[in-house]
Write a protein that binds this ligand. Structure first.
Ligand SMILES: Cc1cc2nc3c(=O)[nH]c(=O)nc-3n(C[C@H](O)[C@H](O)[C@H](O)COP(=O)(O)OP(=O)(O)OC[C@H]3O[C@@H](n4cnc5c(N)ncnc54)[C@H](O)[C@@H]3O)c2cc1C
Length: 487
């Protein structure tokens, strides 16, 4: 335990954040890394609880009290060793994680929780800055070959773990760059792509082979998902013949649609059409085809994707941004004794929402209206939620707002159905790849040689869950490979 009275003597330190007026001028990352001194104080607030609920709440089960203890003493190298023993890419979770650990922090019951996420980022950035983050190639080789389909966080975590166990790993990605949603979904202001590239370089140095631009499937599947710019196709049969095991990490790419009147109008897009367009633009690959400059933008949905659309639309010069969420507005606070150590169901404001958008709750989108084939307005109705996940429209609460662009950010249903069909795999009722999370069959699909992890298995989720699944899946694949004879 760092400072004996740290939790009493010091307040939570938030990482510095660029002011709204500055940050909306560009796509630069707006959070800064803590200074050494602030990180030490922040880590010194940790109470080193006997039962650390923070660890329990973290899907990676990071050993938080121990890395806090080292960070508090300024021993960032030792803190890194602890952190890396469970977390494959702390520089990603230190930026993107909603920090489930902080919700479970015991200090959070009566004061502000320890800023665990900012300490994690500090340890990772300190390590990169001081040359402590190395490639760790395996000293032995098993000569077993594993193909991983997809290159999002689940695939990357799985590839790193299998590569470090001495297996030869090849990652196949249908898009021309590696990273999955880290590359093409999440905007630069949350994750600058240099952070991802820095990690990919280390993985290449560890011997991971990346094959971008290769769709695993059949010719003609190319229009599955919102985006695919594959130049090559490899069939499931070929992959299974050439590799000892195959891991599918295809994400949950099929977006939920809003099939209401006027859906076909120009100006109505899926959120990812806009976000991918922007990420491509940032990479110098042509202007975002979804132009919002000077336009009234309506974002439909309440999650992280919706927030990213808001921040991107504001940076691209939208004249007005409105967010429609059919969920009820949550209260500002809840009784901590009822909520802790779980995620508090309170109203949260993301940095993007803070940048200037009107948020309407309990509001359902009922139709898109157009003029000359282009969106001109959106009609709405207030809703009342009943038992289960059902709502009803309230008569007399119909509304209408002018809109030039509508972005549908209502989540993702499941991975492309083609992949499961072509591999001949069972899927769940929701269309995800069927594989258990625990037990002797963990992560194994209905084909014993094929494994599945990440959003494609569990449904749309979080980066930290994708990383946890990728690591656990690697353990399952490693156990399976022990039973496979050498070729
Ligand atoms: C806009 C947006 C913002 C988000 N922000 C956050 C955030 O801030 N924090 C957070 O924790 N989570 C966030 N998430 C969720 C998070 O990004 C996902 O949970 C996570 O990326 C899932 O990882 P994955 O590896 O399972 O899949 P993905 O990242 O979706 O990667 C899947 C990859 O598989 C590839 N692929 C699919 N099929 C094939 C095929 N047949 N052949 C070859 N390649 C294929 C796809 O092209 C894709 O690159 C966000 C999601 C979105 C959409």
């Amino acid at each position: 335990m760092g400072f004996e009275r740290g939790f009493l003597d010091y307040e939570r330190i938030e990482p510095a954040k660029a002011p709204v007026s500055e940050r909306i001028k560009n796509f630069k990352e707006y959070y800064a890394t803590l200074s050494d001194a602030d990180a030490k104080i922040q880590a010194g607030r940790c109470m080193d609880c006997g039962t650390p609920f923070c660890m329990h709440k973290c899907p990676l089960h990071n050993i938080i009290p121990d890395f806090n203890d080292f960070a508090c003493q300024g021993e960032f190298s030792k803190a890194l060793n602890v952190l890396q023993s469970t977390s494959p890419f702390p520089e990603l979770t230190g930026r993107l994680c909603p920090a489930l650990c902080e919700e479970g922090c015991t200090l959070g019951i009566h004061r502000d929780p320890v800023g665990i996420k900012s300490i994690e980022r500090k340890i990772a950035e300190y390590a990169f800055e001081h040359g402590l983050m190395h490639a760790e190639p395996s000293v032995h080789r098993t000569f077993k070959k594993v193909a991983i389909v997809g290159s999002g966080p689940a695939a990357l975590a799985c590839a790193q773990a299998l590569g470090r166990r001495g297996h030869q790993v090849t990652v196949f990605e249908k898009n021309d760059r590696i990273g999955g949603l880290l590359r093409y979904g999440i905007p630069d202001f949350k994750l600058p792509k240099e952070i991802l590239d820095r990690r990919l370089a280390l993985m290449e140095a560890e011997g991971i082979i990346f094959r971008p631009g290769v769709l695993v499937g059949k010719k003609g599947d190319r229009d599955t998902g919102v985006f695919c710019n594959a130049s090559e196709v490899i069939s499931p049969e070929e992959l299974k013949a050439k590799f000892d095991a195959v891991v599918l990490c295809p994400g949950s790419e099929v977006p939920r649609d809003l099939k209401i009147k006027g859906r076909e109008l120009k100006g109505v897009y899926f959120a990812l059409e806009f976000l991918i367009g922007q990420n491509l633009e940032m990479q110098g690959e042509g202007e975002n085809p979804v132009d919002v400059r000077g336009k009234k933008v309506v974002v439909i949905g309440g999650g992280e994707t919706a927030s990213d659309c808001i921040g991107t639309a504001i940076r691209k010069g939208a004249s007005e941004v409105t967010q429609l969420d059919y969920h009820d507005e949550l209260p500002a606070t809840v009784d901590i004794m009822e909520a802790w150590p779980d995620w508090k169901r309170i109203k949260r404001t993301s940095p993007s929402q803070e940048e200037g958008c009107t948020r309407l709750f309990s509001t359902n989108t009922t139709s898109f209206e157009g003029k000359d084939g282009a969106l001109s307005a959106i009609t709405t109705q207030k809703v009342k939620w009943g038992e289960g996940h059902h709502f009803e429209g309230i008569k007399g609460t119909e509304g209408r707002m002018d809109a030039d662009v509508a972005l549908i950010a209502m989540g993702y249903a499941h991975p492309s159905a083609h992949l499961a069909e072509e591999f001949g795999l069972k899927t769940t009722a929701r269309g995800s790849l069927e594989a258990a999370y625990e037990g002797p069959e963990a992560f194994c699909t209905s084909d014993p040689k094929v494994f599945a992890a990440g959003d494609g298995r569990r449904g749309q989720s979080l980066v930290v869950w994708a990383l946890a699944e990728g690591r656990l899946c690697a353990e399952a694949v490693d156990r399976f490979l022990c039973t496979v004879p050498h070729r």
